[in-house]
Write a protein that binds this ligand. Structure first.
Ligand SMILES: Cc1cc2nc3c(=O)[nH]c(=O)nc-3n(C[C@H](O)[C@H](O)[C@H](O)COP(=O)(O)OP(=O)(O)OC[C@H]3O[C@@H](n4cnc5c(N)ncnc54)[C@H](O)[C@@H]3O)c2cc1C
Length: 359
């Protein structure tokens, strides 16, 4: 192209004046049986950054049974919220799509936030979809990065696309609120600030139980509760297809046992039936954020990487010096995992025994 070619001018974005009143970043505080899902705190940490960039307040949104919500609000302040919108009603005792959608949309229409974040959990995904549809606004699901494009005061939400081979950044310019969901452990946990205070804005919900089609008849605890809790493990030893045979995967279990770690795996290992699906790390598995992630015989494909790159320290063992995992691992060991895993297990065993003897 010649230097004289006409330069296409970027059209200046103008926000629909009717949307200018929308201000503030909101985080849905998800809870069940008195327990707040940790993804809510992770989102408050991220929301704090977005609110500071926009120069607005960060709010938690608590929908709960009468008398249940106040402690959740106090906890939200400790994790960075400036205020909480609290809606309490008997119909909000257990999560159901109808009353939660009605409650959330009523709060949005009344107080007009510009950004609304929810966890990409079963509850969060269910609620986000119906709230976005009811409000006819944009929702970006399963985001891996959130920031503000200050040129047009827009939420820029990044997520994998095309089977995870590309990352795209999505903006919903002329819609409010701009909604996004984020999977647990994708964002870091903010520091809890004991004694931090905020305001509570109470808002009633006028909705009768008779108008709700769904009824809660019983509570059956999730039978996956005792299954591997990879997203919250501090140490994970993960094995990949490079271990060649299912018998060799025992070397991963051995090292994990000595380190008190959880066991993870790449997708081909799960597909081959060497370990159960709950242990798959990556785009179509779990997102993890341990202090230490040891990857043995894993190439580091983007679909695996997006699930574990938030680890504080990644140690990769691979016999190919050009394996992609070495591009982002903090420590790389080029060598045969079948020899290195038992050597590490033995070295850690001895180290721990010495430490125990020394008291
Ligand atoms: C839509 C979609 C979703 C996906 N989701 C996921 C997901 O959630 N998680 C996931 O993991 N993958 C996922 N994948 C698959 C992903 O693209 C890769 O195919 C996969 O991660 C590769 O697994 P791997 O590294 O174990 O195996 P391979 O790619 O076969 O790599 C094996 C590695 O081991 C090394 N190696 C071989 N022998 C040894 C040895 N003796 N010692 C040390 N190293 C050795 C090799 O050099 C190689 O780097 C997805 C793919 C798609 C299309």
């Amino acid at each position: 192209m010649s230097n004289d070619a006409p330069v296409k001018k970027k059209r200046k974005f103008e926000l629909d004046p009717r949307l200018a009143a929308y201000k503030g970043v909101w985080v849905f505080i998800e809870h069940e049986r008195g327990q707040v899902h940790p993804v809510s705190w992770e989102l408050l940490g991220e929301g704090r950054k977005l609110a500071d960039m926009l120069g607005v307040e960060l709010a938690g949104v608590v929908l709960a049974a009468p008398g249940e919500g106040q402690p959740f609000c106090q906890e939200a302040f400790a994790y960075g919220a400036d205020l909480c919108y609290l809606m309490e009603s008997p119909v909000l005792k257990d999560y159901r799509n109808d009353p939660f959608t009605r409650g959330m949309t009523e709060l949005v229409n009344t107080y007009q936030p510009e950004v609304l974040l929810l966890g990409a959990t079963t509850q969060g995904r269910d609620l986000a979809g119906s709230v976005a549809t009811t409000l006819a606004t944009g929702l970006t699901a399963d985001c891996t990065g959130l920031t503000i494009d200050l040129d047009n005061r827009s939420l820029a939400a990044t997520r994998p696309t095309f089977g995870g081979s590309l990352l795209c950044t999505i903006v919903t310019l002329n819609y409010r609120p701009q909604m996004a969901t984020v999977r647990p452990r994708v964002m870091g946990m903010p520091e809890r600030q004991e004694g931090r205070e905020g305001r509570i804005i109470e808002h009633p919900l006028a909705m009768a139980e008779e108008s709700i089609i769904t009824k809660v008849l019983d509570y059956i605890p999730d039978d996956t509760r005792d299954k591997p809790q990879l997203p919250f493990a501090d140490i994970i030893v993960s094995g990949g297809k490079g271990l060649a045979k299912p018998e060799n995967f025992q070397l991963v279990w051995d090292l994990a046992r000595v380190l008190g770690a959880e066991v993870g795996a790449s997708r081909p290992v799960v597909q081959a039936g060497w370990v159960e699906l709950d242990r798959q790390v990556g785009q179509s598995g779990k997102t993890v954020r341990p202090k230490l992630y040891i990857a043995a015989g894993i190439s580091g494909a983007i679909q695996h990487r997006v699930g574990m790159e938030g680890a504080d320290c990644i140690v990769a063992i691979n016999n190919d010096p050009n394996a992609p995992i070495f591009d982002f691992a903090h420590y790389g060991i080029v060598g045969d995992a079948l020899q290195l895993l038992p050597a590490l297990t033995e070295a850690f065993r001895q180290k721990l025994a010495t430490a125990r003897r020394a008291g």
